[in-house]
Write a protein that binds this ligand. Sequence first.
Ligand SMILES: [Zn+2]
Length: 82
Amino acid sequence: MLMLDLQCDICEKDISIGEGHVSITYNIENFMQKKGTLDLVVDVITSDQIFTMCGKCANKRSASHAEKILETTLRVSDPRLN
Ligand SMILES: [Zn+2]
């Protein structure tokens, strides 16, 4: 049986195949435009999963709340932290 090496970063529960979960990834990416069609495509250079929650922990936290926490944390104006 194939096992995932994936755990909830809050409760440390193992996350199984087929089990809903929430992940926050940190992508370095670059938008490109196709010649001819001018369609936009994204070129993902690197993708790191930086935070994972099992379904139970994720249900206690909304996406908008997580977004506010990230915005507040990443907009720190203290130059020692940037
Ligand atoms: Zn959890």
